[in-house]
Design a protein around this ligand. Structure first.
Ligand code: GLP
Length: 241
Protein backbone atom coordinates (compact mmCIF):
# COMPACT_ATOMS: atom_id res chain seq x y z
CA UNK A 1 0.00 0.00 0.00
CA UNK A 2 2.60 2.54 1.06
CA UNK A 3 4.67 1.88 -2.06
CA UNK A 4 1.62 2.75 -4.20
CA UNK A 5 1.07 5.97 -2.26
CA UNK A 6 4.75 6.76 -2.48
CA UNK A 7 4.69 6.20 -6.22
CA UNK A 8 1.79 8.54 -6.70
CA UNK A 9 3.36 11.22 -4.53
CA UNK A 10 6.46 10.88 -6.69
CA UNK A 11 4.29 11.30 -9.77
CA UNK A 12 2.54 14.32 -8.28
CA UNK A 13 5.89 15.93 -7.52
CA UNK A 14 7.25 15.09 -10.97
CA UNK A 15 4.18 16.69 -12.48
CA UNK A 16 4.78 19.85 -10.47
CA UNK A 17 8.27 20.10 -11.97
CA UNK A 18 7.01 19.23 -15.45
CA UNK A 19 4.28 21.86 -15.32
CA UNK A 20 6.68 24.49 -14.04
CA UNK A 21 4.79 24.95 -10.77
CA UNK A 22 8.02 23.99 -9.00
CA UNK A 23 11.03 25.60 -10.66
CA UNK A 24 14.73 24.83 -10.35
CA UNK A 25 15.99 26.25 -7.07
CA UNK A 26 12.53 26.22 -5.41
CA UNK A 27 12.26 24.89 -1.88
CA UNK A 28 9.74 22.04 -1.81
CA UNK A 29 7.27 21.60 1.09
CA UNK A 30 8.53 19.65 4.09
CA UNK A 31 7.78 15.96 4.69
CA UNK A 32 5.27 17.00 7.31
CA UNK A 33 3.47 19.42 4.99
CA UNK A 34 3.36 16.90 2.14
CA UNK A 35 2.15 14.20 4.53
CA UNK A 36 -0.66 16.41 5.76
CA UNK A 37 -1.60 17.64 2.32
CA UNK A 38 -1.86 14.14 0.81
CA UNK A 39 -2.98 12.28 3.91
CA UNK A 40 0.08 10.02 4.06
CA UNK A 41 2.66 9.36 6.71
CA UNK A 42 5.73 11.51 7.06
CA UNK A 43 7.84 8.42 6.50
CA UNK A 44 6.17 7.71 3.15
CA UNK A 45 6.62 11.33 2.09
CA UNK A 46 10.29 11.14 3.09
CA UNK A 47 10.82 8.01 1.00
CA UNK A 48 9.25 9.61 -2.06
CA UNK A 49 11.48 12.68 -1.63
CA UNK A 50 14.56 10.51 -1.13
CA UNK A 51 13.83 8.62 -4.31
CA UNK A 52 13.63 11.87 -6.27
CA UNK A 53 16.85 13.05 -4.60
CA UNK A 54 18.49 9.81 -5.75
CA UNK A 55 17.18 10.37 -9.24
CA UNK A 56 18.72 13.84 -9.18
CA UNK A 57 15.48 15.83 -9.44
CA UNK A 58 15.86 17.26 -5.94
CA UNK A 59 18.83 18.04 -3.78
CA UNK A 60 19.00 18.48 -0.02
CA UNK A 61 20.75 21.23 1.84
CA UNK A 62 21.47 20.54 5.45
CA UNK A 63 19.30 22.60 7.75
CA UNK A 64 17.58 24.33 4.83
CA UNK A 65 15.40 21.72 3.18
CA UNK A 66 14.97 20.05 -0.19
CA UNK A 67 15.17 21.98 -3.44
CA UNK A 68 14.40 21.34 -7.10
CA UNK A 69 17.68 20.64 -8.93
CA UNK A 70 19.05 23.23 -11.22
CA UNK A 71 21.83 21.98 -13.38
CA UNK A 72 22.31 18.35 -13.99
CA UNK A 73 19.91 16.24 -15.91
CA UNK A 74 19.38 12.75 -14.66
CA UNK A 75 18.89 10.04 -17.13
CA UNK A 76 17.82 6.84 -15.53
CA UNK A 77 19.33 3.67 -16.86
CA UNK A 78 16.58 1.23 -16.04
CA UNK A 79 13.66 1.88 -18.34
CA UNK A 80 14.12 2.22 -22.05
CA UNK A 81 13.27 5.83 -22.79
CA UNK A 82 14.13 8.36 -25.46
CA UNK A 83 15.42 11.89 -25.16
CA UNK A 84 11.97 13.50 -25.47
CA UNK A 85 10.55 11.36 -22.69
CA UNK A 86 13.57 11.98 -20.46
CA UNK A 87 13.36 15.73 -20.83
CA UNK A 88 9.60 15.83 -20.28
CA UNK A 89 9.92 13.70 -17.15
CA UNK A 90 12.42 16.28 -15.98
CA UNK A 91 10.02 19.15 -16.64
CA UNK A 92 12.07 20.54 -19.52
CA UNK A 93 11.14 21.31 -23.10
CA UNK A 94 12.88 18.98 -25.55
CA UNK A 95 13.87 20.19 -28.97
CA UNK A 96 15.91 18.91 -31.92
CA UNK A 97 17.85 20.35 -34.81
CA UNK A 98 18.40 17.94 -37.64
CA UNK A 99 22.01 18.16 -38.81
CA UNK A 100 21.54 15.51 -41.47
CA UNK A 101 19.05 12.82 -42.47
CA UNK A 102 19.93 10.43 -45.26
CA UNK A 103 19.99 6.87 -46.52
CA UNK A 104 23.47 5.34 -46.44
CA UNK A 105 24.90 1.86 -47.13
CA UNK A 106 25.81 0.06 -43.90
CA UNK A 107 29.54 -0.43 -43.40
CA UNK A 108 30.86 -3.55 -41.76
CA UNK A 109 30.59 -2.28 -38.19
CA UNK A 110 27.01 -1.09 -38.62
CA UNK A 111 26.00 -4.25 -40.44
CA UNK A 112 27.27 -6.27 -37.51
CA UNK A 113 25.45 -4.11 -34.96
CA UNK A 114 22.19 -4.12 -36.87
CA UNK A 115 22.38 -7.79 -37.97
CA UNK A 116 22.16 -6.89 -41.65
CA UNK A 117 24.31 -7.31 -44.74
CA UNK A 118 27.11 -4.90 -45.59
CA UNK A 119 25.90 -2.22 -48.03
CA UNK A 120 22.25 -2.63 -47.10
CA UNK A 121 20.68 0.84 -47.10
CA UNK A 122 19.87 2.25 -43.68
CA UNK A 123 18.51 5.56 -42.44
CA UNK A 124 20.99 7.80 -40.65
CA UNK A 125 19.85 10.72 -38.58
CA UNK A 126 22.14 13.22 -36.93
CA UNK A 127 20.50 15.58 -34.46
CA UNK A 128 21.46 18.18 -31.96
CA UNK A 129 19.28 17.66 -28.89
CA UNK A 130 18.28 20.60 -26.74
CA UNK A 131 16.40 21.14 -23.50
CA UNK A 132 14.89 24.55 -22.82
CA UNK A 133 16.86 25.78 -25.82
CA UNK A 134 20.17 24.66 -24.35
CA UNK A 135 22.20 22.14 -26.43
CA UNK A 136 22.74 18.95 -24.45
CA UNK A 137 23.68 16.17 -26.80
CA UNK A 138 24.57 15.20 -30.34
CA UNK A 139 23.00 11.97 -31.51
CA UNK A 140 23.56 9.87 -34.56
CA UNK A 141 20.90 7.20 -34.94
CA UNK A 142 21.22 4.47 -37.55
CA UNK A 143 17.94 2.75 -38.25
CA UNK A 144 17.25 -0.40 -40.12
CA UNK A 145 13.80 -1.83 -40.74
CA UNK A 146 11.69 -2.57 -43.77
CA UNK A 147 10.64 0.74 -45.28
CA UNK A 148 12.98 2.84 -43.12
CA UNK A 149 13.42 5.27 -46.04
CA UNK A 150 9.96 6.59 -45.18
CA UNK A 151 11.65 8.37 -42.29
CA UNK A 152 13.13 10.77 -44.87
CA UNK A 153 9.71 12.36 -45.17
CA UNK A 154 9.16 12.84 -41.44
CA UNK A 155 9.59 16.06 -39.52
CA UNK A 156 12.23 14.90 -37.08
CA UNK A 157 12.71 18.34 -35.57
CA UNK A 158 9.20 18.32 -34.16
CA UNK A 159 8.62 14.62 -33.60
CA UNK A 160 10.16 12.12 -31.25
CA UNK A 161 11.79 9.29 -33.18
CA UNK A 162 10.74 6.67 -30.63
CA UNK A 163 7.17 7.87 -30.69
CA UNK A 164 7.05 7.74 -34.49
CA UNK A 165 8.51 4.24 -34.56
CA UNK A 166 6.04 2.94 -32.03
CA UNK A 167 2.89 4.82 -32.90
CA UNK A 168 3.14 5.40 -36.63
CA UNK A 169 5.34 2.55 -37.79
CA UNK A 170 3.99 -0.04 -35.36
CA UNK A 171 7.46 -1.01 -34.13
CA UNK A 172 7.36 -1.55 -30.37
CA UNK A 173 10.73 -0.94 -28.74
CA UNK A 174 11.38 -3.74 -26.32
CA UNK A 175 14.88 -3.42 -24.94
CA UNK A 176 18.28 -1.89 -25.44
CA UNK A 177 21.89 -2.38 -24.60
CA UNK A 178 23.92 0.66 -23.76
CA UNK A 179 27.54 1.52 -23.16
CA UNK A 180 28.86 4.70 -21.59
CA UNK A 181 32.34 6.01 -21.87
CA UNK A 182 34.04 9.24 -20.85
CA UNK A 183 36.01 11.15 -23.45
CA UNK A 184 36.98 14.52 -24.81
CA UNK A 185 34.97 16.30 -27.46
CA UNK A 186 36.34 17.25 -30.84
CA UNK A 187 36.29 20.91 -31.83
CA UNK A 188 33.27 20.35 -34.08
CA UNK A 189 31.37 18.62 -31.28
CA UNK A 190 32.21 21.28 -28.72
CA UNK A 191 31.14 23.99 -31.14
CA UNK A 192 27.74 22.38 -31.64
CA UNK A 193 27.28 21.90 -27.92
CA UNK A 194 28.55 25.40 -27.17
CA UNK A 195 31.24 24.30 -24.72
CA UNK A 196 34.96 24.96 -24.85
CA UNK A 197 37.11 22.77 -27.08
CA UNK A 198 38.27 19.61 -25.39
CA UNK A 199 35.47 19.59 -22.82
CA UNK A 200 34.55 16.30 -21.20
CA UNK A 201 31.79 14.35 -22.85
CA UNK A 202 29.83 11.21 -22.07
CA UNK A 203 29.87 9.00 -25.11
CA UNK A 204 26.95 6.64 -25.29
CA UNK A 205 26.27 3.78 -27.66
CA UNK A 206 22.88 2.13 -27.72
CA UNK A 207 21.44 -0.79 -29.64
CA UNK A 208 17.68 -0.86 -29.46
CA UNK A 209 15.67 -3.99 -30.21
CA UNK A 210 12.11 -4.49 -31.33
CA UNK A 211 12.20 -8.14 -30.39
CA UNK A 212 15.09 -10.07 -29.02
CA UNK A 213 17.77 -10.32 -31.68
CA UNK A 214 16.05 -7.86 -33.96
CA UNK A 215 17.97 -4.62 -33.61
CA UNK A 216 16.29 -1.61 -35.09
CA UNK A 217 18.60 1.20 -33.98
CA UNK A 218 22.25 1.68 -33.33
CA UNK A 219 22.83 5.14 -31.92
CA UNK A 220 25.90 7.03 -30.87
CA UNK A 221 25.45 10.05 -28.66
CA UNK A 222 27.67 12.58 -27.01
CA UNK A 223 26.26 14.22 -23.91
CA UNK A 224 27.76 17.31 -22.30
CA UNK A 225 29.77 15.82 -19.47
CA UNK A 226 28.98 18.61 -17.04
CA UNK A 227 25.23 18.48 -17.46
CA UNK A 228 24.38 14.85 -16.95
CA UNK A 229 24.05 12.33 -14.20
CA UNK A 230 23.19 8.79 -15.17
CA UNK A 231 21.18 7.09 -12.50
CA UNK A 232 20.72 3.43 -11.84
CA UNK A 233 19.08 1.55 -9.01
CA UNK A 234 20.70 -1.71 -8.02
CA UNK A 235 19.55 -4.63 -5.97
CA UNK A 236 21.85 -7.21 -4.46
CA UNK A 237 21.00 -10.67 -5.55
CA UNK A 238 20.06 -13.11 -2.78
CA UNK A 239 23.17 -15.04 -1.96
CA UNK A 240 22.73 -18.79 -2.06
CA UNK A 241 23.07 -20.36 1.39
C1 GLP B 1 17.89 8.63 -26.73
C2 GLP B 1 18.75 7.53 -27.30
C3 GLP B 1 18.72 7.44 -28.80
C4 GLP B 1 17.33 7.60 -29.34
C5 GLP B 1 16.66 8.84 -28.81
C6 GLP B 1 15.22 8.96 -29.27
O1 GLP B 1 18.54 9.83 -26.59
N1 GLP B 1 20.13 7.64 -26.88
O2 GLP B 1 19.23 6.19 -29.15
O3 GLP B 1 17.35 7.64 -30.75
O4 GLP B 1 16.67 8.85 -27.42
O5 GLP B 1 14.75 10.17 -28.82
P1 GLP B 1 13.44 10.85 -29.35
O6 GLP B 1 12.34 9.86 -29.19
O7 GLP B 1 13.30 12.05 -28.50
O8 GLP B 1 13.64 11.20 -30.80
Amino acid sequence: MSSIVRKSLKEIMREKIRSGEWKPGDLIPSERELGEQYGISRMTARQAITELVNEGLFYREQGKGTFVSRHKITQQLINLTGFTEDMKARGQRPDSRVISAQMIPADEALAERLHIKVDQMIFRLQRLRLADEEPLAIEISNLSFMGCERLLTEDLEKNSLYRLLEEKYGLPLMEAEQELEAGLMSSEESQLLKVSVGSAGLFMRRTTYTERDLPIEYAKSIYCGNKYVFFTHMKREQLMP
